[in-house]
Design a binder for this molecule. Structure first.
Ligand SMILES: [Zn+2]
Length: 150
């Protein structure tokens, strides 16, 4: 072996890392808990009644919020993007439709995955559901299904 030319064996080292991390969900914990049950928990400003899903903890006009409000869990697709995605740390990846969704009763839009409908289009009605696949964070359980026949 020539000491000036490293062999392939010493150019790369195989390393395996493993760690366990407890991620605090903070003030949004009720939102995440509801997602794992297929429920849409929003926040609402007690002054101007603006409602956010996903929730915000502060109204830009009136300060901190304290009111949780459950929505019906249905909404309308506003835009779609067909892509391939992987859910971090789950080993799951597949073609998917990502959508901006206007939930009934919410003032903002939510980004969500649409399950089992690669042909989903703007205007479609969707319902919040629970992704039954492997997840490592409660936000990954949020998925939407097309409502009704197509
Ligand atoms: Zn407000």
């Amino acid at each position: 072996m020539n000491p000036d030319e490293p062999s392939a064996d010493i150019v790369r080292a195989g390393l395996t890392f493993s760690w366990r991390y407890s991620h605090g969900l903070g003030a949004l914990a009720p939102f995440f808990a509801a997602l794992t049950q297929g429920r849409a928990l929003a926040t609402q400003c007690p002054s101007c009644r603006t409602t956010w899903f996903p929730p915000r903890m502060t109204c830009p006009d009136h300060g901190p919020l304290a009111q949780w409000r459950e929505l019906a869990g249905v909404g309308t697709v506003m835009t779609v993007t067909r892509t391939t995605l992987s859910l971090p740390l789950t080993g799951r990846g597949a073609a998917a439709v990502m959508a901006l969704i206007a939930m009934d009763g919410a003032s903002n839009l939510v980004v969500g995955r649409i399950a089992g409908a690669m042909d989903a289009e703007p205007g479609a009605r969707v319902r919040l559901a629970v992704d039954a696949g492997a997840t490592v964070h409660p936000i990954q359980s949020m998925v939407f299904e097309i409502v009704g026949g197509r």
